[in-house]
Design a protein around this ligand. Structure first.
Ligand SMILES: [Zn+2]
Length: 330
């Protein structure tokens, strides 16, 4: 009886404007935000990972309710945010009818399809090439879902990332700059290619100034306990900034887990080790933050942590994501 008197934490879904449909995906594939721009046409923000492009295309088609998809906008060009660009564009009339819009800092690298300029080589991740029609940048205003959205720089997770803020609805589309619990790995900090910690601090401050009432993140459900999420993000950033190796090792575990998710099947341990030690961002991270530990040792430590936490499963000489293990054991 006493249990009934205790307050129960209620998870209430955030109500989004009817012109916005959030397609919430799993962690391999970032969310897609379908924006019904007018009665005839629509845009989508981010398209998930290439191995899940069928799922994204089907979800977008259902959300369009007969509208034409005229535009694909990417918050940033990581493999889990732009992997469905090519398939989705093909399905909606190709480049002549469906334009891809990317952050200004990535336009050249996309249109040259420079895979090392675009992070796919460094992270050892999969992607499918596409070309962008145009770009957008901090200070721009984009019309989406029948509303005007401010574009803001969102450095930290990615040097070129952008976020979108709608001032009347006080709605923020944050990409990987803010999740309900945390934010994406601060990649520029790993290889020294930019200001990870300082960039993230600026981005969080910008969000505080904007005072969003609700956030549509790149991963997970929309949320409206924004002050609490920002406080958690600041605390996490403080922790990482005080101990960059801690952030670096977190990043290595994330990269390893992401690779296992990408494989979708159990992989030989030797192959996984080879992928890890030959991936250039892993090598740079270990070199810059390993304090004498080499990539082989880092691999052993990271795999052990994933196995101990249940984020990976080992069967003899094979390792995989628990879902791959379950599928193969079924
Ligand atoms: Zn990302």
């Amino acid at each position: 009886m006493l249990r009934r008197l205790l307050p129960v934490p209620v998870m209430h879904p955030v109500r989004l404007p009817p012109s916005i449909h959030l397609l919430e995906h799993d962690w391999l594939s970032a969310n897609s935000v379908v924006c019904l721009d007018d009665p005839d046409s629509a845009s989508v923000i981010d398209t998930g990972h290439v191995v899940r492009c069928r799922q994204t295309c089907d979800g977008v088609r259902a959300a369009l309710q007969g509208r034409r998809l005229l535009r694909i906008v990417n918050t940033h060009l990581h493999s889990d945010h732009c992997g469905g660009n090519s398939a989705l564009q093909q399905e909606h009339g190709g480049p002549a009818q469906c334009a891809i819009v990317v952050p200004a800092g990535e336009l050249q690298a996309v249109n040259d399809w420079d895979e090392s300029g675009l992070s796919f080589v460094q992270t050892g991740q999969q992607a499918q090439s596409f070309r962008a029609a145009s770009s957008y940048a901090d200070g721009d205003v984009l019309q989406l879902a029948g509303m005007a959205w401010q574009v803001h720089a969102a450095a930290g997770h990615d040097n070129h990332a952008l976020m979108l803020f709608q001032p009347e609805a006080r709605l923020l589309i944050s990409g990987d700059a803010l999740w309900r619990y945390g934010f994406g790995v601060l990649f520029p900090e790993l290889d020294g290619s930019g200001e990870g910690f300082a960039g993230q601090r600026r981005t969080l401050r910008r969000m505080q100034e904007l005072r969003p009432a609700a956030v549509i993140p790149g991963h997970g459900a929309a949320f409206d306990d924004v002050d609490a999420a920002l406080a958690r993000a600041h605390a996490r950033l403080d922790l990482f900034e005080a101990d960059p190796r801690r952030h670096a090792w977190h990043a290595l575990r994330v990269l390893l887990k992401f690779h296992l998710l990408e494989q979708e099947s159990m992989v030989p341990l030797s192959q996984l080790r080879q992928w890890f030690v030959s991936t250039s961002l892993v090598r740079a991270t270990v070199r810059n933050h390993g304090q004498g530990v080499d990539a082989e040792q880092a691999f052993a430590e990271c795999l052990e942590a994933l196995l101990a936490g249940g984020a990976a499963v080992q069967r003899g000489a094979f390792v995989g994501d628990p879902q791959a293990d379950a599928a193969e054991s079924a």
